[in-house]
Design a protein around this ligand. Structure first.
Ligand code: NAP
Length: 250
């Protein structure tokens, strides 16, 4: 395995499981120092941290609610100190609270918008300044969803949050391009994680039938796409929404 990210530092939000965990471990395998936060899974975080360290790189993990602006700023500061540099931010932490709008509670709306959209803004805001000081700039990758591109039933809150991340991506890309910081959104389709395990089985099967590639993505293959988008091979891409969805929303 080539150590393409040797000496670099990455923050991946929400990396105790699923896509975040796969991305954090893959980055470490490629030589990157990795910091991550989580909401409540302290035990799982310890295991992921050990997996990262086993690759011979630095790891930093702490509990930090992405929706809390001050806590996010503190986390980014401590992560940068622990890793030595901050080159990449992957805004991955996210939740769903699916239900039709007539049944959706105000708290279902607020918690999804606060975690998915405000959380990404909080971390981007804190990460931009240290990235501006880097000679090589930096990369911010926002993990969005095709739900934010085409809208999905039962997800007025989630679709709005993921569409919001796309607007955030484009506006920020324009603000920081002159500092050699690129900002993109990765709009995923269906990935086999706890998030999709929790979906109504009938609804999940219906979506599966609509995926031209005929399967959900595995977190590991999403991690490879994330590594590509953070790499020098993608350095001329900014302000874009890259769709990786098995053809679901073409
Ligand atoms: P997941 O398996 O449910 O994992 C979510 C991660 O986010 C966990 O590490 C969780 O930490 C963390 N998290 C949740 N709320 C947080 C908060 N307030 N502060 C800090 N960390 C928090 O999710 P996933 O399926 O891997 O999804 C990852 C991202 O991809 C999300 O943004 C999701 O919207 C997006 N996405 C997923 C799919 C899919 O099909 N799975 C499709 C499109 C987009 P704890 O373990 O402590 O709770």
């Amino acid at each position: 395995m080539s150590k393409q990210f040797e000496g670099k530092g990455a923050i991946v939000t929400g990396a105790t499981r699923g896509i975040g965990k796969a991305a954090a471990v893959e980055l470490a395998k490629r030589g990157c120092n990795v910091a991550f936060n989580y909401a409540s899974s302290a035990e799982a975080a310890e295991k992921v941290k050990a997996e990262i360290e086993a690759q011979g790189v630095k790891a930093y993990a702490a509990s930090c609610d992405v929706a809390n602006t001050d806590a996010a700023a503190e986390f980014v500061k401590e992560a940068k100190e622990a890793l030595g540099s901050l080159d990449f931010l992957v805004n991955n932490a996210g939740i769903t609270r699916d239900t039709l709008i007539l049944r959706m509670k105000e708290d279902d709306w607020d918690s999804v918008i606060d975690t998915n959209l405000k959380g990404a803004w909080n971390f981007a805001k804190a990460a931009v300044r240290p990235m501006m000081r880097n000679e090589g700039g930096g990369v911010i990758l926002n993990i969005s969803s095709i739900s934010g591109v085409v809208g999905m039933l039962g997800q007025t809150n989630y679709s709005a949050s993921k569409a919001g991340m796309i607007g955030l991506t484009k506006a920020l890309a324009k603000e920081v391009a002159s500092r050699n910081i690129t900002v993109n959104a990765l709009a995923l389709g269906m990935v086999a994680t706890d998030m999709t395990d929790e979906m109504n089985a009938e609804f999940r099967d219906k979506i599966l039938e609509q995926i031209p590639l005929g399967r959900f993505a595995e977190p590991g293959e999403v991690a490879d796409i994330i590594c590509f988008l953070l790499s020098d091979s993608a350095k001329y891409i900014t302000g874009q929404v890259i769709q990786a969805d098995g053809g679901l929303a073409m």
